[in-house]
Structures are given as structure tokens and as C-alpha cells.
Design a protein around this ligand. Structure first.
Ligand code: M6R
Length: 622
């Protein structure tokens, strides 16, 4: 994790770097720091805590400088502290470095450098880098050569940016951690993610692993490990600066919950052929159109393995249920499990990495494992130019716009909608042909979800506007624990509801397959625990058995489900309704209520909703 930024150009570097750090705080907020090239050399300011603490520490000292680097940290090596905050420097303070990632061989390098007389002031893995560079500089190397030689010595994952005294330049590289170049009119930028500089430019160049970038007064130069110049045309990102700002909202999470109708419209825009199913129109053949996967492209696929983490894993589980409905064998694995203990895959397997950021280390490790197999790979991601998008054989973008709140909300909805379209594409290509359900029937035919997906944004809008979750968050604020249950597509939604709740309220919350409650968790159910039951309109009668099991132990039950499910409504203590819809998509609507429930419960407890403790949005370490 961690966010890095670098800036070279005309005008004030400090203000732009601090602004960039605020926009990168979703990547970590244990400490923040900047290093500026000034007339006297390099000025470093760093502080434990968020960027605001750094701003306070800088106070009235507003150092001039047009060149600088900045960092916001999610701790891996060494506790959050001023000393462990980046940038890190060499003994003389003439080299300053910021780093996102992990340097695996830092201990042996530290021993080697200590033996050479270098002293260390932090517990971080990063600190070896400025010392390696300074040793090369002392030996007579120019800054770029010194930087390259230092990078040659380190093992692990990294995006690094460096400033040296006496040079109005920034040197940067990456391996396994993201780094994107932003080309502005008055300055150029390097950062872990586009929102860091989106206020100044939307023209970007994605840096590839092992490339070295030099920003200086002349502009920028990208070169390969041999020093050969790399020419790569800039791209324009579709995100706007406003997308990455809170606007009138108190929290990004709330803004992003409210944005879901708009995001879902973007997700499905131009991809659905609502009319064409019956007559099989050209191009989409009546099925969703996914540019990366034209009709016929997936015809050889017999089974699908999803790999993902956290909320994306829950979206993947949801996608799995959808595929199974269409008779396509599918399974979802936590990405870190697949990476180190993969299930057997073959050339008829499609491995689908679902990842908002496209940078989650566990998910990338899974993609690497899949790459080493005959399986075909696909990334379903929000970030164009992300590592996952570039690593996988193909990429489909969920088009949700930047998500800044650490708690994923709008991207879950857009992921599920994208996976529903993918499921239909697979079914229409005949994927999974020959598979049968346990009942014996071959079911591989498309489900016609296009019309339902087209109306999903409007339906989500009605849930976003419903105030029911706020009332229930207040009414049940004193519970000792919160258990979420569901079946079918309601099961991943229950898991997601529990994840969201625990993540931002810090309360004990767990999700279960509804039928599993009686196999152990029921021992925890008391009148002081709240059970939240997700109904989808499919097999709700069975879920109602599980509801009664909880109620007979005295637990209050909150139901979330379709307006017309009177049996569910009558059985539970409170009911949050969603508009009637295709049962397979009701889960997306129910999930919005659960997002709001978590949000309001966290607000009541005055939690750091956008930056929950110990977490970061983009987990770029395994
Ligand atoms: O960027 P990714 O979708 O790969 O991130 C995976 C998880 O870290 C992420 O979904 C996490 O669980 C959420 N931020 C939780 O709300």
C-alpha cells in the first residue's frame, strides 16, 4: 500500500504534493511526508498521522521549491511513527526516497551498508535505498546511474521516487507496485494513482515494471532497464477531478453509495441489447456487448475460476452463482489461496480476477499463477491501465469511476452488473456446454438479464433514497454482535453486509450462508445479537426456517428483501424493502441497504468512516 507522488515543474511544489497526498490517503494514512529540493539541498518534513498532521508540522515554514516527492504510509515494516515515516534519507540528507511496496532483502542490505559505515534511523525496509544510492554517488556515479544500480540490488515489490540535492529532477521506477506519469501544462507528476494529480491533468502514461522515469526541467524520459528510451503515447483518463472530491458530502463512502445509479448506468451503457434477444441482432447477437470479448470468443470455455479479495471476492461469489444459474461450472477462491494453493485449471478454464484497483497483490499473485498454467485469464477491474488489466489476457472495465472511500461500495454493484453481462456472454458462446445441474437438466442458455440490468440503476436509486437503514442503525445500536445470513446470491450479499459493518463500525459482525447458522454460529445467537436476513425472492421459504431458528433464541431479525415478499416481511421484526426485480439482481439492491446500515451505524459511533483503522484501500502487499 502507501501512496507516493512526485512533482517537477513551475510554481509551488509543496501545495500540489500535499493536495496529492490527501487524494492518496485511501492507500494508507499512518504517516505522511514530503521532501523538497530547495536552494540549500533537500528539506524533509514528516509526521505520524494523516496529511493534516504533516501540514500542522510544517506550520508557517513554507519552503520554496518546484521539485519534490511525497508519501502517505500504510505500515508494513515498523510501527507508525515520525521516524518510520517517509521520505527516508542517506546519512548526509542529500538523497531522499519514497517507496510503496516491500523490499524483501532489506536486512542483508542493511548489514552490508552498516559494515560500510552507514547509519539507520528507522525500522523500515525502504531506508536501505537512499543509502545504496548515496554509496554509488560517493563512488562517482551520476544520479540516474546511482539510482539504477541501487534498484538493481533490491528484491521485492516497489514503486520508488527519489530526489537528490543539487538536481532539479526526480528519478522513479516500479516493479509490481503501480506508478503513473501525469503530464500537466506547468508540471509533470508521478504517482501511485491518477487522483493524486487529476486536478492538474488527465493526460497519463502508465509506467511498466523495471522502467526508469526521469522528470526534469526538460520534461520527462522513460527508459528500459538497458537505458534505451521508451516511446509511449499518453492516454486521456475519463475520470474528472470532481470524481475524486467529496463535494457536499461528509464522507466519500456516502457520496459513493449515492453515486451507484450513475455508476451502474456507466457500467451497462452501450453494452446491453435489451431489444435484440429474440431476433439475435448483429454484433451482440442479443447478448451484452463486451468489447474485449466479441461473440464466439469464449466458446471454448468449459469452466470459470474467480480469484479476488474482500468485497471483490464477494462480487466474484455473486458472479459464480449467476454462472451456475446458466449451467456454467464456476468457483470463486480467495486470491491468496489460489496464488499459493491453486486448484487444477486447464486450457478450457477462464480465470477471472475481480479487482477494483487492479493492484491488489494477492490478486496479481493469482494472475501470475494462472499465467503459468494453460488457463485463459481475464481481469474485471475499475482501473484502466492497472497492473491486472495489463497482466491478464483480456480486461473488462466496470466503469464505476474513482472510489476513494476505503470501504468499497459502488464498485461492488458495478462488478456484479459486469459479471452478469459476462455470464450471459459466456452462456451465449456455449461455455460450459454439457454441464448439468444435480437435477440432471442441461441449463446452459442465457437468462435474459439485459432488461433487468437496464432498469437496475433506477431501482438502486429508490433504495439510496430510502431512510430505513438509518432508523435501524439507531434502533439496534446497542447489540453485542450482528450476524448476516442469506442464500444463493443473498449469501455473498450477507458476507458483504457483514464485512462493511465490521470494517467501519468496528463491531463484531459475521456473515453466514443462512443454512449454516444452525451448524455452529447459532450458539452465539442471543437476544443481544441482531440477525440480518437477506431475501432475494428465490428460496426465501428456506431462509425463513433459519430466521425462525434465530428468533426462537430471542434474536431480533432485520429482513432485507423484495417489496412483494410478504412472508418474509411478516416473519421478521423489521423489514427494509427493495423494489421487486429479477431475483438474481435483488441482491445488488439489498446490498445498498446494508451499505447504508453500516454507514449510519459507523456515523453514530463517530468512526473514521473513509479511513477505518488498520486498513487501506489498495493492498499491494501479500
Ligand atoms: O482493489 P481490490 O478490489 O482488489 O481490493 C480488494 C479488497 O482489498 C477490497 O475489496 C476490500 O475488501 C474493500 N475495500 C473492503 O471494503
Amino acid at each position: 500500500m502507501c501512496g507516493i507522488i512526485a512533482r517537477v515543474g513551475d510554481g509551488d511544489a509543496l501545495g500540489e504534493i500535499l493536495g496529492g497526498l490527501r487524494n492518496l490517503e485511501y492507500r494508507g494514512y499512518d504517516s505522511a511526508g514530503v521532501a523538497l529540493r530547495t536552494e540549500d539541498g533537500i528539506d524533509v518534513y514528516k509526521r505520524e498521522g494523516e496529511t493534516d498532521a504533516l501540514v500542522d508540522a510544517i506550520g508557517d515554514r513554507t519552503p520554496d521549491g518546484t521539485v519534490g516527492i511525497g508519501h502517505t504510509r500504510w505500515s508494513t515494516h515498523g510501527a507508525p511513527s515520525d521516524a518510520n515515516a517517509h521520505p527516508h534519507t542517506d546519512d548526509e540528507g542529500r538523497v531522499a526516497v519514497v517507496h510503496n511496496g516491500i523490499i524483501k532483502n532489506h536486512e542483508s542490505l542493511r548489514r552490508e551498508l552498516r559494515a560500510d559505515g552507514h547509519t539507520f534511523t528507522s525500522e523500515t525496509d525502504t531506508e536501505v535505498v537512499p543509502h545504496l544510492v548515496s554509496r554509488e554517488l560517493a563512488a562517482g556515479a551520476d544520479p540516474e546511474t546511482a539510482f539504477r544500480r541501487a534498484v538493481d540490488r533490491i528484491e521485492g515489490s516497489y514503486a520508488l521516487a527519489m530526489v537528490v540535492a543539487d538536481e532539479d529532477a526526480v528519478y522513479a521506477t516500479r516493479s509490481g507496485s503501480p506508478l503513473v506519469l501525469g503530464l500537466g501544462s506547468a508540471a509533470n507528476y508521478l504517482a501511485s494513482d491518477v487522483p493524486a494529480f487529476l486536478e492538474f491533468t488527465d493526460r497519463v502514461v502508465y509506467v511498466e515494471d523495471d522502467e526508469v522515469v526521469v522528470l526534469d526541467g526538460a520534461g520527462y524520459r522513460i527508459s528500459d532497464p538497458d537505458g534505451e528510451t521508451v516511446e509511449r503515447a499518453p492516454e486521456t483518463v475519463e475520470w474528472t477531478a470532481g470524481d475524486a472530491q467529496k463535494g457536499v458530502y461528509n464522507h466519500f463512502m456516502r457520496k459513493e453509495i449515492d453515486e451507484q445509479p450513475v455508476c451502474l448506468r456507466q457500467t451497462v451503457d452501450g453494452r446491453l441489447d435489451v431489444e435484440g434477444r429474440a431476433d439475435g441482432g448483429e454484433g451482440g447477437g442479443g447478448t451484452p456487448v463486451l468489447d474485449a470479448l466479441p461473440p464466439g470468443e469464449l466458446s471454448g470455455i468449459a469452466n470459470v475460476v474467480f480469484v479476488a479479495c474482500g468485497t471483490s471476492y464477494h462480487a466474484a461469489m455473486y458472479g459464480c452463482v449467476l454462472l451456475k444459474r446458466l449451467g456454467i461450472p464456476a468457483t470463486a477462491m480467495p486470491a491468496n489461496e489460489f496464488a499459493h494453493d491453486p486448484m487444477p485449471v486447464g486450457d478450457e478454464t477462464l480465470v477471472v480476477a475481480v479487482t477494483q484497483s487492479g493492484e491488489t497483490a494477492d490478486t496479481l499473485a493469482s494472475l501470475r499463477a494462472a499465467d503459468a498454467s494453460p488457463a485463459r485469464t481475464l481481469a474485471v477491474t475499475n482501473v484502466v491501465g492497472s497492473t491486472a488489466a495489463r497482466m491478464a489476457d483480456d480486461a473488462v472495465f466496470i466503469r464505476a469511476g474513482p472510489e476513494i472511500g476505503v470501504a468499497a461500495t459502488k464498485t461492488f454493484s458495478s462488478q456484479v452488473a459486469t459479471l452478469a453481462m459476462l455470464a450471459e456472454r459466456l452462456a451465449d458462446d456455449g461455455a460450459g456446454v454439457g454441464a448439468t445441474t444435480p437435477g440432471g437438466a442441461a441449463v446452459s442458455e442465457a437468462a435474459g438479464w439485459s432488461a433487468s440490468l437496464a432498469s437496475l440503476p433506477d431501482l438502486v436509486e429508490t433504495v439510496v433514497e430510502d431512510g430505513g437503514a438509518a432508523r435501524l442503525a439507531e434502533a439496534y445500536a446497542d447489540a453485542e454482535a450482528y450476524f448476516f445470513i442469506g442464500r444463493g446470491t443473498g449469501y455473498p450479499v450477507a458476507l458483504e453486509g457483514a464485512l462493511k459493518f465490521k470494517e467501519i463500525t468496528y463491531e463484531h459482525a459475521e456473515g453466514f450462508a443462512a443454512g449454516e447458522l444452525k451448524h455452529g454460529p447459532l450458539a452465539l445467537v442471543t437476544p443481544a445479537t441482531v440477525v440480518v436476513a437477506v431475501f432475494t425472492g428465490r428460496n426465501d421459504d428456506v431462509t425463513l426456517h433459519n430466521v425462525r431458528e434465530a428468533q426462537s433464541r430471542g434474536a431480533p431479525v432485520l429482513g432485507v428483501g423484495p417489496a412483494s415478499s410478504t412472508a418474509a416481511r411478516d416473519a421478521v421484526d423489521e423489514y427494509l424493502e427493495v423494489p421487486d426485480a429479477d431475483p438474481e439482481l435483488v441482491g445488488v439492491l439489498a446490498n445498498v441497504h446494508l451499505q447504508l446500515l453500516a454507514y449510519h451505524a459507523a456515523a453514530i459511533r463517530d468512526r473514521a468512516i473513509d479511513k477505518p483503522r488498520n486498513l487501506a484501500k489498495s493492498v499491494t502487499v501479500e
